[in-house]
Design a binder for this molecule. Structure first.
Ligand code: PMP
Length: 367
Protein backbone atom coordinates (compact mmCIF):
# COMPACT_ATOMS: atom_id res chain seq x y z
CA UNK A 1 0.00 0.00 0.00
CA UNK A 2 1.26 3.48 -0.82
CA UNK A 3 1.54 6.03 2.00
CA UNK A 4 -1.46 8.40 2.06
CA UNK A 5 -0.54 11.92 0.91
CA UNK A 6 -0.57 14.33 3.87
CA UNK A 7 -3.46 16.79 3.93
CA UNK A 8 -3.56 19.53 2.73
CA UNK A 9 -1.45 18.62 -0.32
CA UNK A 10 1.17 21.31 0.28
CA UNK A 11 4.35 21.38 -1.80
CA UNK A 12 6.78 18.91 -0.21
CA UNK A 13 9.40 21.55 0.61
CA UNK A 14 6.86 23.77 2.41
CA UNK A 15 5.66 21.12 4.85
CA UNK A 16 6.28 21.94 8.49
CA UNK A 17 7.47 25.49 7.77
CA UNK A 18 6.17 28.21 10.07
CA UNK A 19 4.89 31.31 8.25
CA UNK A 20 7.21 34.32 8.56
CA UNK A 21 6.20 36.99 11.02
CA UNK A 22 7.26 38.94 14.06
CA UNK A 23 4.91 38.45 17.02
CA UNK A 24 2.08 41.03 16.89
CA UNK A 25 1.49 41.62 20.59
CA UNK A 26 -0.56 44.35 22.21
CA UNK A 27 2.08 45.88 24.51
CA UNK A 28 2.65 49.56 25.40
CA UNK A 29 6.07 49.97 23.73
CA UNK A 30 6.38 48.36 20.30
CA UNK A 31 9.92 48.51 18.99
CA UNK A 32 10.01 45.30 16.98
CA UNK A 33 9.24 45.89 13.29
CA UNK A 34 11.10 49.11 12.46
CA UNK A 35 8.00 51.23 12.00
CA UNK A 36 7.97 55.00 12.23
CA UNK A 37 6.39 55.72 15.63
CA UNK A 38 4.79 58.97 14.45
CA UNK A 39 1.36 58.82 12.77
CA UNK A 40 -0.03 61.32 10.25
CA UNK A 41 -1.41 64.73 11.31
CA UNK A 42 -5.19 65.36 11.26
CA UNK A 43 -4.77 67.40 8.02
CA UNK A 44 -2.97 64.49 6.35
CA UNK A 45 -5.56 62.01 7.62
CA UNK A 46 -8.33 64.24 6.21
CA UNK A 47 -6.62 64.45 2.81
CA UNK A 48 -6.12 60.67 2.73
CA UNK A 49 -9.78 60.14 3.68
CA UNK A 50 -10.93 62.45 0.86
CA UNK A 51 -8.69 60.64 -1.62
CA UNK A 52 -10.04 57.26 -0.48
CA UNK A 53 -13.63 58.54 -0.80
CA UNK A 54 -12.96 59.76 -4.35
CA UNK A 55 -11.51 56.35 -5.22
CA UNK A 56 -14.55 54.66 -3.65
CA UNK A 57 -16.85 56.33 -6.21
CA UNK A 58 -15.07 54.37 -8.99
CA UNK A 59 -14.75 51.02 -7.22
CA UNK A 60 -17.07 49.29 -9.72
CA UNK A 61 -14.23 49.73 -12.25
CA UNK A 62 -10.76 48.15 -12.20
CA UNK A 63 -8.00 50.58 -11.23
CA UNK A 64 -5.40 52.07 -13.59
CA UNK A 65 -3.33 48.94 -14.26
CA UNK A 66 -0.25 51.02 -15.10
CA UNK A 67 -0.73 53.39 -12.09
CA UNK A 68 0.53 56.27 -14.22
CA UNK A 69 -0.16 59.09 -11.74
CA UNK A 70 1.51 57.19 -8.92
CA UNK A 71 4.59 56.42 -11.03
CA UNK A 72 4.88 60.11 -11.83
CA UNK A 73 4.63 61.09 -8.21
CA UNK A 74 7.17 58.46 -7.08
CA UNK A 75 9.57 59.56 -9.85
CA UNK A 76 9.27 63.13 -8.58
CA UNK A 77 9.93 61.97 -5.02
CA UNK A 78 12.95 59.83 -5.96
CA UNK A 79 14.46 62.58 -8.09
CA UNK A 80 15.37 64.41 -4.87
CA UNK A 81 18.04 61.77 -4.27
CA UNK A 82 19.85 61.86 -7.60
CA UNK A 83 21.16 64.62 -9.81
CA UNK A 84 20.27 62.62 -12.93
CA UNK A 85 16.57 62.56 -11.96
CA UNK A 86 14.20 59.59 -12.31
CA UNK A 87 11.55 59.25 -15.05
CA UNK A 88 8.13 57.64 -14.47
CA UNK A 89 9.02 54.79 -16.88
CA UNK A 90 11.96 53.96 -14.56
CA UNK A 91 9.58 53.40 -11.64
CA UNK A 92 7.59 50.32 -10.65
CA UNK A 93 5.43 49.85 -7.54
CA UNK A 94 3.71 47.00 -5.70
CA UNK A 95 2.10 46.11 -2.36
CA UNK A 96 5.15 46.69 -0.18
CA UNK A 97 8.74 46.13 -1.21
CA UNK A 98 8.14 42.51 -0.21
CA UNK A 99 5.98 42.15 -3.31
CA UNK A 100 8.56 44.07 -5.36
CA UNK A 101 11.24 41.50 -4.41
CA UNK A 102 8.94 38.59 -5.15
CA UNK A 103 8.12 40.03 -8.58
CA UNK A 104 11.84 40.55 -9.26
CA UNK A 105 12.54 36.91 -8.49
CA UNK A 106 9.48 35.75 -10.46
CA UNK A 107 10.76 37.66 -13.49
CA UNK A 108 14.52 37.26 -13.16
CA UNK A 109 14.99 34.20 -10.92
CA UNK A 110 13.28 30.83 -11.26
CA UNK A 111 14.35 27.23 -11.88
CA UNK A 112 17.97 26.89 -12.96
CA UNK A 113 18.80 30.39 -11.70
CA UNK A 114 20.52 31.59 -8.53
CA UNK A 115 19.93 34.47 -6.13
CA UNK A 116 22.73 35.61 -3.82
CA UNK A 117 22.88 37.75 -0.68
CA UNK A 118 25.23 38.11 2.27
CA UNK A 119 24.24 36.95 5.76
CA UNK A 120 23.23 38.05 8.29
CA UNK A 121 20.57 39.76 6.24
CA UNK A 122 16.82 40.16 5.76
CA UNK A 123 15.22 36.84 6.57
CA UNK A 124 12.58 37.11 3.82
CA UNK A 125 15.11 36.88 0.97
CA UNK A 126 15.53 33.08 1.12
CA UNK A 127 11.75 32.80 1.28
CA UNK A 128 11.28 34.75 -1.97
CA UNK A 129 13.87 32.44 -3.51
CA UNK A 130 12.11 29.31 -2.23
CA UNK A 131 8.70 30.51 -3.43
CA UNK A 132 10.01 31.17 -6.94
CA UNK A 133 12.10 27.98 -7.13
CA UNK A 134 15.25 30.06 -7.35
CA UNK A 135 18.46 28.51 -5.97
CA UNK A 136 19.56 30.43 -2.87
CA UNK A 137 23.21 31.10 -1.98
CA UNK A 138 24.19 33.19 1.05
CA UNK A 139 27.73 34.53 1.39
CA UNK A 140 28.93 35.85 4.76
CA UNK A 141 29.48 39.38 5.93
CA UNK A 142 32.63 40.37 7.83
CA UNK A 143 32.61 40.31 11.64
CA UNK A 144 31.61 44.00 11.76
CA UNK A 145 28.76 43.16 9.31
CA UNK A 146 30.33 45.12 6.47
CA UNK A 147 30.68 43.48 3.07
CA UNK A 148 34.06 41.92 2.30
CA UNK A 149 34.16 43.15 -1.27
CA UNK A 150 36.79 40.70 -2.53
CA UNK A 151 34.92 37.73 -1.11
CA UNK A 152 31.62 39.09 -2.45
CA UNK A 153 33.08 39.56 -5.93
CA UNK A 154 34.52 36.02 -5.87
CA UNK A 155 31.16 34.56 -4.85
CA UNK A 156 29.39 36.43 -7.64
CA UNK A 157 31.93 35.23 -10.20
CA UNK A 158 31.58 31.61 -9.00
CA UNK A 159 27.81 31.47 -8.63
CA UNK A 160 26.84 33.70 -11.59
CA UNK A 161 23.59 34.76 -9.89
CA UNK A 162 20.79 36.27 -11.95
CA UNK A 163 19.81 38.37 -8.91
CA UNK A 164 22.00 39.76 -6.11
CA UNK A 165 20.11 41.21 -3.14
CA UNK A 166 22.03 43.93 -1.34
CA UNK A 167 20.12 45.73 1.40
CA UNK A 168 21.60 49.13 2.25
CA UNK A 169 21.16 49.76 5.13
CA UNK A 170 21.08 46.05 5.86
CA UNK A 171 18.46 44.50 8.12
CA UNK A 172 19.06 43.43 10.92
CA UNK A 173 22.52 44.97 11.23
CA UNK A 174 21.86 48.58 10.04
CA UNK A 175 24.99 48.53 7.84
CA UNK A 176 25.00 50.76 4.72
CA UNK A 177 27.02 49.92 1.62
CA UNK A 178 29.53 52.34 0.13
CA UNK A 179 28.59 53.23 -3.49
CA UNK A 180 31.95 51.85 -4.73
CA UNK A 181 30.90 48.39 -3.51
CA UNK A 182 27.59 48.62 -5.38
CA UNK A 183 29.39 49.72 -8.56
CA UNK A 184 31.95 46.93 -8.36
CA UNK A 185 29.29 44.29 -7.80
CA UNK A 186 27.25 45.66 -10.73
CA UNK A 187 30.35 45.11 -12.86
CA UNK A 188 31.08 41.65 -11.44
CA UNK A 189 27.44 40.62 -11.97
CA UNK A 190 27.60 40.84 -15.77
CA UNK A 191 23.97 40.54 -16.91
CA UNK A 192 22.74 39.60 -13.41
CA UNK A 193 20.63 42.18 -11.59
CA UNK A 194 22.00 43.94 -8.53
CA UNK A 195 19.07 44.90 -6.30
CA UNK A 196 19.99 47.49 -3.68
CA UNK A 197 17.18 47.31 -1.14
CA UNK A 198 16.96 50.81 0.36
CA UNK A 199 13.92 50.12 2.56
CA UNK A 200 15.68 52.19 5.25
CA UNK A 201 17.51 54.49 2.81
CA UNK A 202 16.12 57.76 4.19
CA UNK A 203 17.72 57.09 7.58
CA UNK A 204 21.30 57.04 6.23
CA UNK A 205 23.85 59.10 8.10
CA UNK A 206 25.23 62.27 6.44
CA UNK A 207 27.55 61.56 3.55
CA UNK A 208 26.23 58.10 2.61
CA UNK A 209 24.72 58.57 -0.88
CA UNK A 210 21.80 56.57 -2.28
CA UNK A 211 22.53 53.95 -4.95
CA UNK A 212 20.07 55.91 -7.12
CA UNK A 213 23.07 58.05 -8.12
CA UNK A 214 24.54 55.01 -9.89
CA UNK A 215 21.51 54.19 -12.06
CA UNK A 216 22.79 56.05 -15.14
CA UNK A 217 26.05 54.05 -14.97
CA UNK A 218 24.71 50.47 -14.61
CA UNK A 219 21.77 49.08 -16.58
CA UNK A 220 21.64 46.02 -14.27
CA UNK A 221 21.10 48.10 -11.11
CA UNK A 222 17.71 48.13 -9.36
CA UNK A 223 17.07 50.32 -6.30
CA UNK A 224 14.05 49.42 -4.17
CA UNK A 225 12.33 51.63 -1.59
CA UNK A 226 9.23 51.51 0.57
CA UNK A 227 6.70 53.88 2.11
CA UNK A 228 6.63 51.60 5.20
CA UNK A 229 9.53 53.04 7.18
CA UNK A 230 10.68 56.68 6.98
CA UNK A 231 7.46 57.58 5.18
CA UNK A 232 5.37 56.38 8.13
CA UNK A 233 3.11 54.30 5.87
CA UNK A 234 3.60 50.67 6.93
CA UNK A 235 -0.17 50.11 6.87
CA UNK A 236 -0.42 51.43 3.32
CA UNK A 237 1.61 48.58 1.75
CA UNK A 238 3.42 50.46 -0.97
CA UNK A 239 6.90 49.56 -2.14
CA UNK A 240 8.57 50.69 -5.33
CA UNK A 241 11.76 50.51 -7.37
CA UNK A 242 13.79 52.57 -9.79
CA UNK A 243 15.60 50.81 -12.65
CA UNK A 244 16.04 50.86 -16.41
CA UNK A 245 12.65 51.05 -18.21
CA UNK A 246 13.27 47.58 -19.75
CA UNK A 247 13.39 46.09 -16.24
CA UNK A 248 10.10 47.75 -15.24
CA UNK A 249 8.55 46.53 -18.48
CA UNK A 250 9.69 42.97 -17.86
CA UNK A 251 8.05 42.92 -14.41
CA UNK A 252 4.70 43.71 -16.08
CA UNK A 253 4.79 40.16 -17.45
CA UNK A 254 4.63 38.58 -13.96
CA UNK A 255 2.53 41.06 -11.98
CA UNK A 256 -1.04 40.12 -11.20
CA UNK A 257 -3.54 42.18 -13.22
CA UNK A 258 -4.49 45.39 -11.37
CA UNK A 259 -2.24 44.49 -8.46
CA UNK A 260 -2.40 48.00 -6.98
CA UNK A 261 -5.96 48.72 -5.89
CA UNK A 262 -7.61 52.06 -6.64
CA UNK A 263 -7.63 52.76 -2.89
CA UNK A 264 -3.92 52.00 -2.55
CA UNK A 265 -3.07 54.25 -5.49
CA UNK A 266 -5.22 57.12 -4.24
CA UNK A 267 -3.96 56.89 -0.67
CA UNK A 268 -0.31 56.62 -1.74
CA UNK A 269 -0.71 59.70 -3.94
CA UNK A 270 -2.27 61.63 -1.06
CA UNK A 271 0.54 60.52 1.27
CA UNK A 272 3.15 61.64 -1.28
CA UNK A 273 1.53 65.08 -1.33
CA UNK A 274 2.30 65.19 2.39
CA UNK A 275 5.88 63.92 1.97
CA UNK A 276 7.55 66.78 3.91
CA UNK A 277 5.29 66.20 6.91
CA UNK A 278 5.44 62.39 6.87
CA UNK A 279 9.22 62.45 6.54
CA UNK A 280 9.43 65.29 9.05
CA UNK A 281 10.50 63.08 11.94
CA UNK A 282 13.37 61.37 10.11
CA UNK A 283 16.02 63.74 11.47
CA UNK A 284 14.71 63.30 15.01
CA UNK A 285 14.69 59.53 14.61
CA UNK A 286 18.26 59.57 13.32
CA UNK A 287 19.36 61.65 16.30
CA UNK A 288 17.48 59.31 18.65
CA UNK A 289 19.22 56.34 16.97
CA UNK A 290 22.66 57.87 17.40
CA UNK A 291 21.90 58.64 21.06
CA UNK A 292 20.78 55.04 21.55
CA UNK A 293 24.00 53.67 20.02
CA UNK A 294 26.04 55.92 22.31
CA UNK A 295 24.02 54.91 25.38
CA UNK A 296 24.24 51.18 24.65
CA UNK A 297 28.00 51.41 24.07
CA UNK A 298 28.32 53.38 27.31
CA UNK A 299 26.54 50.54 29.09
CA UNK A 300 29.14 48.12 27.71
CA UNK A 301 27.13 46.42 24.97
CA UNK A 302 28.44 45.53 21.53
CA UNK A 303 26.53 47.67 19.03
CA UNK A 304 26.61 47.53 15.24
CA UNK A 305 26.99 50.91 13.49
CA UNK A 306 23.54 51.85 12.20
CA UNK A 307 22.33 53.85 9.21
CA UNK A 308 18.75 52.66 9.78
CA UNK A 309 15.95 53.24 12.30
CA UNK A 310 16.97 50.25 14.40
CA UNK A 311 20.01 49.08 16.28
CA UNK A 312 21.50 45.59 16.67
CA UNK A 313 23.08 45.08 20.06
CA UNK A 314 24.39 42.25 22.23
CA UNK A 315 25.82 40.02 23.07
CA UNK A 316 23.76 37.90 25.40
CA UNK A 317 24.39 34.34 26.54
CA UNK A 318 20.60 33.90 26.58
CA UNK A 319 19.07 36.53 24.33
CA UNK A 320 15.62 35.00 24.59
CA UNK A 321 15.63 35.60 28.34
CA UNK A 322 16.50 39.28 27.78
CA UNK A 323 13.81 39.60 25.06
CA UNK A 324 11.27 38.00 27.43
CA UNK A 325 12.39 40.19 30.35
CA UNK A 326 11.82 43.31 28.25
CA UNK A 327 8.43 42.02 27.13
CA UNK A 328 7.46 41.37 30.76
CA UNK A 329 8.17 45.08 31.31
CA UNK A 330 5.95 46.11 28.37
CA UNK A 331 8.71 46.59 25.78
CA UNK A 332 8.59 44.46 22.63
CA UNK A 333 11.80 44.24 20.60
CA UNK A 334 12.93 41.63 18.06
CA UNK A 335 14.81 38.44 18.63
CA UNK A 336 16.56 38.26 15.29
CA UNK A 337 20.01 38.34 13.73
CA UNK A 338 23.06 36.33 14.75
CA UNK A 339 22.90 34.31 17.95
CA UNK A 340 23.41 36.49 21.01
CA UNK A 341 22.18 39.73 19.42
CA UNK A 342 18.85 41.58 19.65
CA UNK A 343 17.36 44.31 17.46
CA UNK A 344 15.49 47.33 18.75
CA UNK A 345 13.63 49.84 16.56
CA UNK A 346 13.97 53.56 17.25
CA UNK A 347 10.77 55.01 18.73
CA UNK A 348 9.72 58.25 20.39
CA UNK A 349 11.86 59.71 23.22
CA UNK A 350 9.36 58.29 25.76
CA UNK A 351 9.52 54.85 24.19
CA UNK A 352 13.32 54.91 24.19
CA UNK A 353 13.34 55.95 27.84
CA UNK A 354 11.07 53.00 28.61
CA UNK A 355 13.40 50.70 26.66
CA UNK A 356 16.49 51.97 28.50
CA UNK A 357 14.82 51.60 31.89
CA UNK A 358 13.58 48.09 31.08
CA UNK A 359 16.97 46.95 29.76
CA UNK A 360 18.76 48.33 32.83
CA UNK A 361 16.28 46.48 35.00
CA UNK A 362 16.56 43.19 33.09
CA UNK A 363 20.34 43.30 33.03
CA UNK A 364 20.47 44.24 36.72
CA UNK A 365 18.32 41.21 37.47
CA UNK A 366 20.70 38.95 35.55
CA UNK A 367 23.85 40.33 37.21
N1 PMP B 1 13.51 45.10 2.86
C1 PMP B 1 13.98 45.12 4.10
C2 PMP B 1 15.46 45.14 4.31
C3 PMP B 1 13.10 45.13 5.18
O1 PMP B 1 13.58 45.12 6.42
C4 PMP B 1 11.70 45.11 4.94
C5 PMP B 1 10.66 45.10 6.05
N2 PMP B 1 11.01 44.84 7.28
C6 PMP B 1 11.26 45.07 3.62
C7 PMP B 1 12.20 45.08 2.60
C8 PMP B 1 9.81 44.99 3.26
O2 PMP B 1 9.07 46.08 3.66
P1 PMP B 1 7.67 46.45 3.02
O3 PMP B 1 7.12 45.22 2.35
O4 PMP B 1 6.85 46.91 4.16
O5 PMP B 1 7.95 47.52 2.01
Amino acid sequence: MTEPTPWPPLREELRGIEPYGAPQLDVPVQLNVNENPYGPSPACVADIATAAAEAAVTLNRYPDREFVALRQSLAWYLSRDTLAGILPEQVWAANGSNEIMLQLLQAFGGPGRTAVSFAPTYSMYPEYARDTNTRWVAGRRADDFSLDLDAARDLVKTEQPSVILLPSPNNPTGTALPPEAVGELCEAAGDGLVVVDEAYGEFRREGVPSALELLPSYRNLVVTRTMSKAFAGAGLRLGYLAAAPEICDAIRVVRLPYHLSAVTQAVALAALRHAPELLGKVDELRAERDALVTWLRGEGYDVADSDANFVLFGRFADRHAVWQGLLDRGVLIRETGPEGWLRVSVGTPDEMAAFRAALTDVDGERA
